[in-house]
Design a protein around this ligand. Sequence first.
Ligand SMILES: [Zn+2]
Length: 354
Amino acid sequence: MYLKKIKIPYHVQQYEALSRRLTPVVPRTDAESRFKKGMAGYRGERSLDYLLSALPDKEFFIIHNLRLSNGSRYFQIDFLILCPRFFLILEVKNIMGTLIFDTELSQLIRELDQTTDVFDDPISQAENLNVQLIEWLDVHGGSPALPVADRVVIASPARLQVTDLKDLRIKKIVRKSNLTRELMNLNRQCFKKSLDIGSVEKMARTLLLQHQPRIIDLFSFSSVRRSDIIRGVQCPDCGFFPMKRENGIWHCTSCGHVSKTAHIAAFRDYFLIFGPVITNRQCRDFLILESAVIAKKLLQTVSLHYRGEKRTRIYYLSFQLLIDKSSDEREAPWDENPVQQQITDRKPRGPKNV
Ligand SMILES: [Zn+2]
């Protein structure tokens, strides 16, 4: 069973919001290419869902996109599968073209449309994750005394080549269609020790509690300034900025589309770009609204709590409320219920120019 479902990682959503809202004078290629790369990875992982969800619920615990800290460094695992006989790290690659695994030089070469790209060797990546996970387990609650295996799963229909057929490490490369068989093989090989299922679940939940989603400070990763962000509610039909609010409804002056809820996506973009803290004035500035009363009404529908009174009041947007009605599964930056304190302790990071 999934302990953490497959969702679009939080930082990928941040790149998406940024590439949607950069003013035309700012080159958007960096944010856009990071978003596209992130989504390609997510789609590759998503494509394993039907295989992983078919695993017996009472035997396998699955955590998608687990990011842990080893002191000063973070490491991120695409999938961690825990069962009574072994732990398994899956490093998923969703790359098209011809993939040449050069294990001697630790590189992955991709040929596509007469161009050649070189990537880090995913086998070494998966092995490094293995080392880091074992280190982490040693520090937090003790080693499980179970084998920790790692595999590279090719989710795309890429053509595969290897430079050294004798290198046994290439056996770690698994095509998506062979993943279930590989799991069964591991189950047969790792027979020497086994934990009771309760201990496995406890270990999985300990790992999950320490998960820290990647949150990017978009204003420090590039030369983007706060004033480069396009304000206003975007038309969900034609993409035009900004929609105008009249009689409780958002109107698009470009295509004529009307919407009652178009501000929700704008609040979500605000959250992803600036963080959860927002004042009435910042809300009016971002949504291009004149009425403080309407801004207050809208803020109350997308916030779980606030601090302060009247003009100094600060609202804390709820990511959960903002994604509840979206069609894709999206990762939230934190669990809003049990760790409310995390939210209230964050410093306001709204635009400076309002
Ligand atoms: Zn429109």
